[in-house]
Design a protein around this ligand. Structure first.
Ligand SMILES: [Zn+2]
Length: 187
């Protein structure tokens, strides 16, 4: 498993562990399962193209795409920085931090999902723990309407889409209630 696969697996492994719970227009509780379906693909640079150019171009050309690359120490401004995600889209992980257990890759993937710096996996220490508050941050981006059911507002940059599969949502009011939902543990 390469570094990007390991990092996205941390998030995909959260699938089924949380529900998104909201009240419908009649005040009835509706609970939707939260699943992550992040995928990766490898990019081969063309002749005269750097790895960076190749992966960032691939991300630009994919409406849901982000890039992930292992970068040399010399490309980081500070010795304490283990990874960086530029504009929530172009993630780079310091050479030596490839292993999923360092938490760096998963941290940067979190940034591509709109999650800010915080604690556990989004903190500065080695951690691979994703908490309910991180899941909430991802889903806080839901801004769907009847016209645009999968709309999200994390950023103007194209990135992962929140696909909403719920045939009960039809009116503005229903979407309004839906957007007030909360993340709860599934057990
Ligand atoms: Zn960060």
């Amino acid at each position: 498993m390469n570094s990007a696969q390991g990092a996205t697996k941390l998030w995909n492994d959260m699938s089924g562990k949380y529900n998104y719970v909201y009240k419908d227009a009649n005040g009835n509780k509706v609970s939707l399962k939260v699943n992550f379906q992040l995928t990766t693909s490898e990019v081969t640079p063309e002749k005269n193209q750097s790895t960076r150019q190749a992966v960032e171009k691939a991300a630009q050309n994919d409406p849901e795409g982000n890039s992930y690359r292992i970068a040399p120490d010399s490309s980081f401004d500070s010795e304490t920085v283990m990874g960086v995600t530029a504009i929530g889209k172009y993630a780079r992980v310091r050479n030596g931090q490839e292993d999923v257990n360092t938490g760096t890759g998963g941290h940067e993937v979190g940034h591509t999902l709109g999650v800010g710096d915080g604690n556990n996996i989004m903190g500065g220490q080695e951690s691979t723990t994703i908490t309910p508050s991180h899941i909430s941050e991802v889903l806080n981006a839901i801004d769907s309407t009847p016209e645009n059911p999968n709309q999200s507002t994390t950023t103007s940059n194209p990135r992962a889409t929140i696909q909403i599969e719920n045939n009960k949502l039809k009116t503005d009011k229903e979407y309004e209630n839906f957007r007030k939902g909360k993340v709860k543990s599934a057990d």
